[in-house]
Write a protein that binds this ligand. Structure first.
Ligand code: CA
Length: 228
C-alpha cells in the first residue's frame, strides 16, 4: 500500500483528505505542522508522496517542500493551495513541488492527481520481489522496512524492525541474547542485555495474538529467543 503524507493544519480538511485517501487504497500519515511533517518523513522512508498545505503555523508548505528536496528526497509532492493565485503555484513548483491542487477540490480530483503523479514518481520505487521475507502470517519488506501480519501493517520502531529482520532471516534458530544485542545494537553497544528483553516484550505486544502466551517468539530460558 502506498504511503502518503498529508500535511494540513485544518483538521476538517485533513480528515476529509485522509478518509478519501484510505478509500482510494492509500495509507495516509498525518501531520499538522511543517515541522511535524519533516519529522514524519524522517521516520517513514517509505512515504511515496506528500500533500503539502501552503498556509501553516510555523514553517509554511513551501519551506517544507524546499527542505524535502534539499534533503535529496525524490518523493512526489503536491501542494494544496488555498488561493488560485498564479504566484502560489509558481513558488510551489520553484521549490520542487511536482503539482498543485487548488482548494476546494473534490476527492476524485485529488486522487486523479495523485495517481498521475504516482505513475511517474512511484514507478521506479516498486519493490522487487526479493526484498520480501515471508514466514507464517508475517511479511517483512526489507526495502521499505514495513511489517505486515495477515496483510495488516504493524508499526515498528527501527530497533523492533531490526530484531524482526534478524528473526526472519533465522527462523527456527535459537538466538542468544548476546547475539541479538550485537546484531541489532552493534558490537560496541555499552549497556545491559536487558534492553533485548524489553524490546522483545514490546515486539511481542505488537506481533503476538496473545502476548502473555507468545507463539511466534519463544523464550529459551537462560539463553535467548527463537522465532517460529
Ligand atoms: Ca492551512
Amino acid at each position: 500500500m502506498k504511503k502518503i503524507l498529508v500535511l494540513e493544519d485544518e483538521s476538517s480538511i485533513r480528515s476529509f483528505v485522509v478518509i478519501n485517501l484510505r478509500r482510494a487504497g492509500f495509507e495516509p500519515v498525518e501531520a499538522e505542522t511543517g515541522e511535524q511533517a519533516l519529522e514524519l518523513l524522517e521516520h517513514n522512508p517509505d512515504v511515496k508522496l506528500a500533500l503539502l498545505d501552503v498556509m501553516l503555523p510555523g514553517i509554511d508548505g513551501f519551506e517544507v517542500c524546499r527542505r524535502i528536496r534539499a534533503a535529496g528526497s525524490r518523493i512526489g509532492v503536491i501542494m494544496l493551495t488555498a488561493k488560485s493565485q498564479e504566484m502560489d503555484k509558481i513558488t510551489g513548483l520553484m521549490n520542487g513541488a511536482d503539482d498543485y491542487v487548488t482548494k476546494p477540490f473534490s476527492p476524485a480530483e485529488l486522487t486523479a492527481r495523485i495517481d498521475a503523479l504516482c505513475r511517474r514518481t512511484c514507478a521506479d520505487e516498486d519493490e522487487p520481489e526479493g526484498d520480501e521475507l515471508v514466514h507464517g502470517p508475517f511479511l517483512l519488506n526489507t526495502r521499505t522496512r514495513a511489517l505486515e501480519k495477515n496483510g495488516s501493517n504493524i508499526r515498528l520502531t527501527q530497533i523492533e524492525y531490526s530484531i524482526m529482520s534478524l528473526f526472519m532471516h533465522n527462523p527456527g534458530k535459537a538466538l542468544a541474547r548476546e547475539d541479538i544485542l550485537a546484531a541489532v545494537w552493534g558490537k560496541d553497544y555499552v549497556g545491559e542485555l536487558k534492553i533485548v528483553d524489553v524490546n522483545i516484550r514490546r515486539l511481542r505486544i505488537k506481533i503476538e495474538d496473545d502476548p502473555t502466551a507468545p507463539v511466534y517468539i519463544s523464550t529459551n530460558w537462560g539463553y535467548g529467543y527463537t522465532f517460529n
